[in-house]
Design a protein around this ligand. Structure first.
Ligand SMILES: [Zn+2]
Ligand SMILES: [Zn+2]
Ligand SMILES: [Zn+2]
Length: 124
């Protein structure tokens, strides 16, 4: 991996760590100090997902959002929490309470993509 790639990787991770909400690729591009193309951003984000640093949410706007994993241990990368997308300011937040979904015996959850949209407390 060349130096530019390493810089992009570090910067994207720092942006996600600082953000209090999940970000889509446009939001990351806006916050980045250097210009990064879409393909680079997605490649980096997908690697972060594989490395369990971030989790991916597909919004009801059809966009992919990425949130930094704050309390994911290696084996507990579950993300069974809802996400709230504000239709006014566009913010996508992780709702911290865990959601228990009743499933039939023998079913294993691999992914949880729960998105609620509405208006957040600062936009009401
Ligand atoms: Zn995680
Ligand atoms: Zn809002
Ligand atoms: Zn989340």
């Amino acid at each position: 991996m060349n130096r530019r790639n390493t810089e992009s990787t570090n910067e994207i991770l720092a942006i996600l760590k600082q953000a209090k909400s999940a970000l889509n690729h446009e939001m990351i591009q806006e916050r980045a100090s250097v210009k990064m193309d879409r393909a680079t951003i997605y490649r980096v984000l997908n690697r972060f997902c594989e490395d369990k640093l971030v989790h991916k949410i597909v919004g009801d706007d059809g966009k992919q959002y990425f949130a930094f994993c704050t309390n994911c241990q290696e084996k507990h990368h579950q993300h069974n929490h809802f996400h709230f997308r504000c239709t006014e300011c566009g913010k996508m937040e992780c709702m911290q309470s865990e959601v228990k979904v009743p499933l039939p015996d023998g079913y294993v959850v691999r992914n949880f993509n729960g998105v609620i949209s509405g208006v957040c407390s600062s936009c009401v």
